[in-house]
Design a protein around this ligand. Structure first.
Ligand SMILES: *Cc1c(COP(=O)(O)O)cnc(C)c1O
Length: 662
């Protein structure tokens, strides 16, 4: 849909007049335009029908272009002349931005330019915590602000423009109207208002319509028509995809033959909105981090607040409330015994920091022979060098960087499924290798319970308990990488709680900021922190953007959402829906296993899948999933609902049935 959303400051009829005149100007310029009203209140009843006032004004201006009468222009009409949410409530109805947007799109069908006139200003409530802004964001049209030129106009116009920008909406400009004739005393004020709005808002004054009460349509239209200079019609734009393909690296891709990419316009809730307007149910939570869904007001508010105050300052020699508050909250939530926090800028960097901590710890203790890490096969810990060295040696990147990577010690994949009885035999080889090499080992590093990007395996809590015991027996540290599992993903706040194990060092990342920006943290025990620091020692790491206040503020808000919501019930519900919708895939040929734990659902195929084919199939079927290897899996936002989860499961079932994976 192409066009503009028209909102007012406190313009009374000025907004409707400006809309009608703009409509007429567009029609005069040869555009196939229409003006619409999603909600109209104050509609008198005539002959059993509700009459809408504003469309009558559009009809007066645009009449000649609609010889059969002005089309139906209102989605919802109400009798009381009051705020839409109250009018709807009085009628026993509700207003939903999605429904209103769908209504507008229906009425706009067949027109090349549509003017959507809001009811009142942009923050007008629609009920259920939603406002006109939600409808505007949903329609995503550039916004024209109509401001009545009077005392207070600058303040109102600037506030409106700022609020719109804060929601990520494009502001096309401001149309000034004059509801009353100027007086000798206020002509200067009005001139200054126009100038001040233009200067301070940074958007153009599209038109300045003088006081024209009772003036002929042509005269008012002539003033409004100035706006057309600034409001270009639809024209082909470069979507940038050619540039993207030729010049931009995406994760793990060839510069010569990159996998196709889809362009995203926005995202909200559990939906990703593509550039062409299609909506996809998000089964990935943006690689497992957007746990609260997209556009959470609490996160956006925290970001905006911190952005206005202090987006960044160096952490060396300085500190700030966002970091202090976040670290306090993290330690409160984390398993008992963890008392120190190191803030890192990404998961991989936090793993590097954790490894360095372990090595500095052993050096400080004089155990200089302990320089290696002990881990299990099938793990994934990130893409930087230290992290790569503990990723699975066959599926990881060891063969590419073998000259560079430190040689670590690997035990077999923990082959003891989460939901099956624990077989002690499955730990024997791990224990043997550990004991044989124990003198070289500084730390054990594993992902607790869930091996993520290394294979989406869920292993038995007893396995982790035994690793903890082994480490303790030999004075070796246990590093748990909860970057994927932390903050509720497995049904526990931290996956190590399944085993009641506390690590010496804990890495968190991914969901830490609720998927808003990059941040990770390393938590350590008193023993680790104090041993490293004894005899004047310092921990040797300090990234430029360490403790970034913006990221810390958002992370704190994300932890706040977890604290204030019953995330456990949500994750349990998602677990049930994943089981319900993924379960039927068990019966399909080519499927090796279907497993679900918390908000993680996995369909493991017998053979590696055709990722580009599947990706195309999924997008065509309205879901966003990104399979890898033999795995088709979902890690959706916790706020996903049952229908949306069912769509993920159905899309996977249909894809396998249609052999899109081959
Ligand atoms: C994603 C991930 C990492 C790496 O985090 P980045 O932020 O991508 O560097 C490390 N460990 C685990 C378990 C992960 O899932």
């Amino acid at each position: 849909m192409n066009g503009y959303f028209i909102t007012g400051t406190d313009t009374d009829v000025g907004k409707t007049l400006a809309t009608a005149a703009l409509l007429r100007a567009l029609l005069d310029a040869g555009r196939n335009a229409v003006a619409l009203k999603p909600v109209q209140t104050g509609c008198p009843r005539q002959d059993g029908r509700l009459m809408a006032e504003d469309p009558a004004v559009y009809a007066r201006f645009a009449g000649p272009y609609f010889p059969d009468g002005y089309p139906e222009a209102c989605c919802r009409k109400f009798v009381p002349a009051c705020s839409p949410h109250l009018a709807a409530e009085a009628a026993g109805e509700t207003l939903d931005p999605d429904d209103l947007a769908a209504g507008v799109e229906r009425l706009a069908h067949g027109y090349d330019t549509v003017l959507v006139e809001g009811a009142g200003g942009c923050a007008v409530p629609l009920g259920n915590g939603r406002t006109m802004l939600d409808l505007m964001a949903r329609l995503d049209l550039p916004v024209v602000v109509v401001a009545d030129n009077k005392l207070g106009a600058v303040n109102h116009a600037l506030m409106t423009v700022e609020v719109l920008r804060g929601r990520g909406l494009d502001v096309a400009g401001v149309i000034m109207t004059n509801a009353t004739p100027p007086t000798a005393g206020d002509e200067g004020l009005r001139r200054d208002n126009v100038k001040a709005i233009a200067e301070l808002s940074g958007v153009p004054i599209l038109a300045d319509i003088p006081h024209l009460s009772g003036a002929p349509v042509d005269e008012i239209t002539a003033h409004a028509a100035r706006a057309l200079e600034y409001l270009p019609g639809p024209r082909p734009v470069d979507d940038g995809l050619d540039f993207d393909r030729d010049h931009i690296w995406h994760p793990y891709t060839s510069a010569l033959e990159p996998l196709p990419v889809n362009k995203v316009r926005s995202a909200r809730g559990a939906r990703i909105v593509l550039d062409d307007g299609r909506e996809l149910v998000d089964g990935m939570a943006s690689w497992w981090c957007a746990i609260h869904g997209y556009g959470r007001p609490e996160l956006l508010r925290a970001a905006r607040h911190q952005l206005g105050r202090l987006p960044h300052v160096m952490f060396g020699g300085l500190t700030h409330d966002p970091a202090i508050g976040l670290c306090r909250d993290l330690l409160d939530m984390a398993p008992d015994g963890l008392n120190h926090v190191f803030l890192a800028d990404s998961g991989s960097v936090s793993v590097e920091a954790a490894i360095k901590m372990a090595l500095q710890y052993m050096q400080a203790k004089g155990e200089t022979g302990r320089t290696r890490l002990f881990t299990v096969r099938g793990g994934y810990h990130g893409d930087t060098c230290g992290a790569m060295s503990v990723c699975d040696p066959d599926n990881g990147m060891h063969h590419l960087f073998s000259g560079l990577l430190p040689k670590q010690i690997f035990a077999p994949v923990p082959d003891c499924p989460f939901r099956e009885p624990f077989d002690p035999e499955r730990f024997r080889e791990t224990e043997r290798i550990f004991r044989e090499r124990q003198a070289e080992i500084a730390a054990v590093i594993v992902e607790p319970i869930v091996q993520g990007a290394g294979g989406m395996r869920f292993y038995h809590p007893e396995y982790l308990r035994r690793l903890r015991r082994l480490a303790d027996e030999h004075g070796v540290l246990l590093i748990l990488d909860e970057i994927a599992t932390g903050f509720g993903r497995t049904g526990k706040l931290f996956a190590c709680e399944w085993s009641s194990v506390t690590p010496d060092i804990l890495c968190v990342g991914k969901a830490l900021t609720g998927g808003t920006m990059t941040l990770a943290a390393v938590l350590a025990t008193n023993d680790v922190a104090r041993t490293i620091s004894q005899d004047g020692g310092v921990f040797m790491h300090g990234p430029t953007f360490m403790g970034n206040p913006l990221a810390c503020a958002v992370a704190r808000a994300s932890l706040g959402i977890l604290r204030d919501t019953d995330w456990q019930a949500r994750v349990r519900a998602v677990e049930g829906w994943l089981e319900e919708s993924f379960g039927p895939c068990r019966e399909l040929p080519g499927v090796a296993d279907v497993r679900v734990l918390g908000a993680i659902g996995v369909v493991e195929m017998e053979n590696p899948v055709n990722v580009p084919n599947l990706q195309r199939f999924f997008v065509d079927h309205g879901v966003w999933l990104r399979p890898f290897g033999k795995l088709i899996y979902a890690m959706p936002p916790y706020i996903i609902n049952r229908d949306e989860t069912a769509r993920l499961g159905a899309a996977i079932h249909d894809a396998i049935t249609a052999r899109a994976h081959q």
